[in-house]
Every structure is written in structure tokens, then in C-alpha cells.
Design a protein around this ligand. Structure first.
Ligand code: CA
Length: 649
């Protein structure tokens, strides 16, 4: 190749620089409705987003800062490449089993003041934008630290928000925060409330007035990066910025930012866009842009699990009560029992071997709880110090495989730093070597992990069922929170909520204390609304005789994996109705968080003309079921009681 004289190169760059700002670079979705415009303004890379020509994101910053140079200012546009992506993949444990992802791809190469190059890659499908930065080697540098991202999101001023505050590090139970459990506020104006030093967690939902909806998140976060979140709203600039974890996480130990080997890439920042909520509920973008990082060591089997701890609490962590919950799993024909914290001291490894044999003889497999710690917080529950280091972990997992344990629930992680992402990945990777499925509790949001790690089930990262036991405030807002999950938390990742509580009172005696404020059918509906490939449900042995038999029959049959998920109706915080299909069987489920009886006229063309079973609450909130036939045109009218629900099967 003949080298151009440097003066001519500079001249070319100048021309491109001019053309980049004067004539913006755009990339549109295959159906042309979603459009991203990229420009360099005063040396700063910027982007904006429209959907059907309506503004969804105004001019917003791009770029990042490394210890080897700044890629957020002094930037020159060099060149662009365009291509298309058309891929199909199968995934048994997300909202949909067969996914077809079609996107237009735009890669822009920029150069910073030191003439180091950075590529900005946008992939735009009909309702999703995924973008990331790709860094090249920088002279002799084959490694750098990403200290800060300039990436930001500037919404039109009328936008309202559905955001969850990022918890203060080293606060809460045994200093185990942050764990994505502060709950969401619905429809709040941007910048309302007190300043949040820790910002807001992903996913974050925005209602852009009449223009539509935007869901922000990120995916593809592995051991090679930290997890990120949104800053608080800047009243000066009107921008939410992508922020790295607080240095205070993990007791102040470990860096924030990301150490990258070069060439290296950042995780994908995702923007799901629609003029209604359907694309928000149905998005598969967290999984579309990632690939499996290793092969499954065995054919992992998903399904339902009993779980004594949720209602019977610590007192049940003994041999006898675990036998009771193994028997419960056997009578429900559920494949699993989860044996929670304290088994190491209250049951012990020798007796555990016996207990597993007992379970297996009844056709039930065992999952065991572990503390992820370590050194990052004060969570006292055992087993401790078994998952935090490779040597102990592999020793323990070898034993777990020998005694026939099929999966682990690992709890109490420290936060979002890269060193914690390494721990998540190390636990997953080692567990796969020993045929163990992994569920995370007290944990971060999973970011594409269902696809990246074949033995990953799901994570808590939600104000989950445990808080229904612990907090009156959470019992009061149970219906409100349930209507949010299909639109926000659960739409980007499997959610281990641990629900379907059929006790009227959420205590072992089922009387006097902790009254449940939602109906039985509300609880059944959450088995469909909330998605996790293994569901640890909250049924207790007394439910076999103290709730109507049709409720138990429903819980025996309800699947935990889905071939398809559809938005039917709803508004986050008020009500939600979604449909999920397993094989040829559709389930439609809805819950109502308003104070009124909700009368809905639904379009159920997926089951038009079909004979179905309806589960619903009557006017006095008592559960009933009946057979009926859906109209030929698919129109179905249903009433949902306040804090009630319905299911059609
Ligand atoms: Ca928790």
C-alpha cells in the first residue's frame, strides 16, 4: 500500500470531520422506523434517536476516558462501515425459545488527539439499539483502564421515569447492599426527589410523553468489565450518564472502572424503543448481541422447586422440615427442593448425603444455598468461604457433584465492580464443570447471562418475596410492584422472585401475622407474569388441603420455561396482562394494582375460538374457575379485582 503524505491525510480527516458534522451519519432499523444519528460536535461524539420521526433521545454524549487517553473530546471521524446482521438462535430459559435477530450495523472509526483509534459500533433492529465501543491497541499499549464513560441519555423534557435507586454500598442487612432491591418509583418527573449519589440501576424505563417508551439497560457484561448504572439526572445538562460502580462497594476494596486487554470491547449499551409497551415486554436484545461463552457440560433441566425458608424461615433449616418439603415437592410432582442457608451447621454434610438420597428416591433433586463470601460484607449465614476462592470452590463442587446436588443458590454478593463480575463468572464456569446450575441471590442484574453461561438460571435483583415476609410496606405495594416487572426488571433478565404464596398469612402458622393483601388468583398469575427457568415457589404443605384443589392442580402443571411471550395490555404500576406459550399451550395472566375493579376488553387472537379454563376472583375476592370458549374474533372481556388477578389456560 502506498502511504499518503501526512499533510494529505490531515486534509482527508478534515474533510471527513466537516462531513461528519455537516452531514450526519445515520443508521436505521430494517423497517426504517428507528433511526440513530451520529455526529461529532466540537470534537465530541454525539448521538440522537428517533422513532417514527419522533424524538426519543435528544443529542446525547458518547465516548470514554482511559488511562491511555481521552476518547470523549478532541475526536475526529475517520471512516464508517455498514453491514447487516441476520441471526437465529435457540434459548430454552428466556421469554422465547426461537429468536430471529435482524439488524443494521454501523461501525464508525474515530481518532483521538493522540491519534489512537476507537470504533463505535451500533446495531439497530426494529425496536432495539445496541452499541458498544471497541478499542484498538495504542502504540505499545496492549492494556488500558477504562476510567469513565461519557455515554449519556438526554430525554425530551416531558419524559417521566420508572427508576430504581442504586442502593448505598455497605448498607442494609449485614452491609450486603447494593443488591437492586430498592424498588421502582412509577411515572416520576426527571430529576424529582432527593439527589441520588449512587444514581439508578438498570433497567430504567422512560415514558417519552406521546412519543412512546424507552428502556435502557446493558448486556454482555462478563469478567472483562464492570457492571454500570445510570447517574442521577443532571439538572444543568438534562442528561443521565452511564456510571461505573462506587469505589465504596466490597468494603472499599477493588477498583471501579474496567481493566481491558487490547484490542478490547465494552459491554453493549441497549436502548429498546416503541410507540407502545409491546416492544418493551417482548425485547430479546439482552440475548441477541451475546454468545455462549462455553458449552453446557450436561443437559440442564429446569422446573419448579419447593423452598421451606421463604415462609417457614430459619427455624425450618433442619433435617425434619426439609424432609417435609421434599415430600411436598414429590406430591406436587415438582423436580426440585432448594435447601437454604444454615444447612451446613443445622444438618451437616454427612446427614445432607442421606437427605439427598431420600429426595432422589422420591424423584426430587436438590439445590443448595451458599454464601458468596468471602470478605465483602458481614452476611453471617453458612456455608461461608466456599465460593469466593477457586481452591475451596472446586473442592466443594467436587463434593456437591459426588453427592448428587444439581444446582446452587449463591447469595450476598458485593456489587458491580469488575472483581465481582469475575467472581460471578468464576462461580458459573466452575459450576458447569461439576454439572451445577446456578441461581444468584443478593445479586446484581444478570446482563445477557442466560445465553452467555449455559448453567445460569436467574438472579434475584428485585424487591423479592422475602420482603413480603419482612415488610408491611412491601406487602402493601405487592400488586403495584408485580405490575412493573414484566415491563422493567424481568424483561431484560430472568428474575428469581420466589413467589406464589398461598398462605393467607405469610407465616408458618398461617394465622394472625403478615396478612397477604393480594388474592389467590393474583398469586397464580405471578407464576406466569414472572419468568425464571427454575421457580422456587412459596407453597407450604398446609396449602395441599387449605386452598381449593384447582389451585394446586394449576401449580402442578404450570410450566417455568416458555416458547413465546406477548404483551397483551397494561401500564406499569397500574395493571399488566401478558401471554406466554409453552409448546402449544398458551397462558394469559393479568394482575390489577389499582383500587378499582378493572374491566378489560382484551384482544386474544392467539386463542380465538379456543376452549379455555379461566381462573379469576369473584366480587368478594374468592377464587373460582370455569371453562369457556374464546370468541371467534379473539375479543375477551375480563374483570380483575383490586389486588387480584386472572389466568386463562
Ligand atoms: Ca435479597
Amino acid at each position: 500500500m502506498k502511504l499518503l503524505p501526512s499533510s494529505l491525510l490531515a486534509f482527508c480527516s478534515t474533510i471527513f470531520l466537516v462531513s461528519a458534522s455537516a452531514q450526519d451519519i445515520t443508521v436505521a432499523s430494517p423497517n426504517k422506523q428507528l433511526k440513530v444519528t451520529i455526529a461529532v460536535t466540537d470534537g465530541k461524539p454525539m448521538y440522537s434517536v428517533t422513532y417514527n420521526n419522533q424524538t426519543m433521545l435528544e443529542n446525547s454524549p458518547l465516548g470514554l476516558k482511559t488511562n491511555e487517553g481521552d476518547f470523549s473530546t478532541g475526536i475526529k471521524f475517520l471512516s464508517k462501515e455498514e453491514s447487516t446482521i441476520d441471526k437465529t438462535y435457540e434459548q430454552a430459559k428466556i421469554k422465547k425459545s426461537q429468536v430471529h435477530y435482524v439488524a443494521n450495523k454501523l461501525s464508525c472509526t474515530f481518532e483521538n488527539a493522540k491519534q489512537h483509534k476507537i470504533k463505535l459500533v451500533f446495531q439497530v433492529s426494529d425496536n432495539d439499539i445496541a452499541f458498544r465501543y471497541e478499542l484498538a491497541t495504542m502504540g505499545e499499549r496492549f492494556a488500558c483502564v477504562v476510567e469513565k464513560e461519557a455515554t449519556g441519555y438526554k430525554f425530551p423534557a416531558t419524559t417521566t421515569t420508572f427508576l430504581s435507586g442504586n442502593m448505598q454500598p455497605m448498607t442494609g442487612f449485614a452491609r450486603t447492599a447494593p443488591s437492586y432491591e430498592s424498588g421502582y418509583q412509577a411515572d416520576a418527573p426527571m430529576g424529582s426527589g432527593n439527589f441520588r449519589t449512587e444514581g439508578f440501576v438498570f433497567p430504567a424505563l422512560f415514558h417519552v410523553g406521546n412519543n412512546g417508551w424507552v428502556l435502557l439497560s446493558e448486556t454482555g457484561v462478563s469478567s472483562l468489565y464492570c457492571a454500570s448504572h445510570l447517574s442521577d439526572y443532571s439538572k444543568e445538562t438534562g442528561i443521565y450518564t452511564l456510571d461505573f460502580p462506587s469505589i465504596k462497594q466490597n468494603n472499599g476494596f477493588g477498583s471501579t472502572g474496567a481493566a481491558l486487554s487490547l484490542p478490547g470491547v465494552t459491554p453493549w449499551r441497549t436502548i429498546t424503543v416503541g410507540d407502545n409497551l409491546k416492544p418493551i415486554v417482548e425485547t430479546t436484545i439482552p440475548f441477541d448481541v451475546v454468545e455462549p461463552l462455553y458449552e453446557a457440560s450436561r443437559n440442564y433441566k429446569f422446573g419448579k422447586s419447593t423452598w421451606s425458608w421463604i415462609v417457614w424461615q430459619d427455624a425450618s433449616m433442619n433435617y425434619k422440615d426439609q424432609v417435609t418439603f421434599i415430600d411436598l415437592a414429590a406430591s406436587l410432582k415438582w423436580p426440585y427442593i432448594l435447601i437454604d442457608a444454615l444447612w451446613d451447621t443445622n444438618i451437616g454434610k454427612d446427614k445432607m448425603k442421606e437427605l439427598i438420597k431420600y429426595a432422589n428416591a422420591k424423584g426430587v433433586d436438590v439445590m443448595l444455598w451458599y454464601n458468596s463470601n468471602g470478605s465483602v460484607n458481614d452476611a453471617p449465614q453458612g456455608p461461608r468461604n466456599k465460593m469466593a476462592t477457586a481452591i475451596e470452590r472446586k473442592k466443594e463442587m467436587k463434593w456437591l457433584k459426588e453427592v448428587g446436588v444439581k444446582g446452587l443458590k449463591v447469595d450476598f454478593f458485593g456489587g458491580d465492580k469488575q472483581e465481582t463480575m469475575r467472581l460471578y463468572e468464576d462461580v458459573l464456569s466452575d459450576a458447569n464443570d461439576y454439572g451445577l446450575m446456578i441461581d444468584f441471590h443478593g445479586a446484581t442484574l444478570p446482563r445477557g447471562w442466560e445465553r452467555m453461561y449455559p448453567n445460569f438460571i436467574g438472579s434475584e435483583a428485585v424487591l423479592a418475596s422475602e420482603m413480603l415476609i419482612f415488610s408491611q410496606g412491601v406487602r402493601d405495594t405487592e400488586a403495584f410492584n408485580a405490575t412493573l416487572h414484566p415491563f422493567i426488571r424481568n424483561t431484560v433478565g430472568s428474575m428469581e422472585f420466589g413467589g406464589v404464596l398461598l398462605n393467607k398469612y405469610l407465616v408458618k402458622s398461617n394465622q394472625n401475622r403478615n396478612q397477604r393483601l393480594t388474592t389467590d388468583v393474583f398469586q397464580l398469575a405471578t407464576a406466569i407474569l414472572f419468568q425464571n427457568a427454575v421457580q422456587m415457589f412459596g407453597l407450604t404443605p398446609n396449602n395441599l388441603s387449605d386452598v381449593p384443589a384447582f389451585e394446586i392442580d394449576f401449580m402442578k402443571k404450570v410450566p417455568t420455561t416458555w416458547d413465546e411471550t406477548l404483551y397483551i395490555d397494561g401500564y406499569p404500576g397500574k395493571y399488566s396482562v401478558i401471554a406466554r406459550r409453552n409448546g402449544t399451550q398458551w397462558y394469559v395472566a393479568g394482575v390489577n394494582a389499582t383500587k378499582e375493579v378493572l374491566k378489560l376488553k382484551l384482544n386474544l387472537s392467539i386463542i380465538s375460538g379456543k376452549k379455555v379454563t379461566l381462573y379469576n376472583d369473584d366480587a368478594s375476592k374468592v377464587a373460582y374457575t370455569k371453562e369457556l370458549t374464546i370468541d371467534k374474533n379473539g375479543v375477551f372481556e375480563v374483570e380483575i379485582q383490586p389486588s387480584g388477578g386472572f389466568v386463562i389456560q
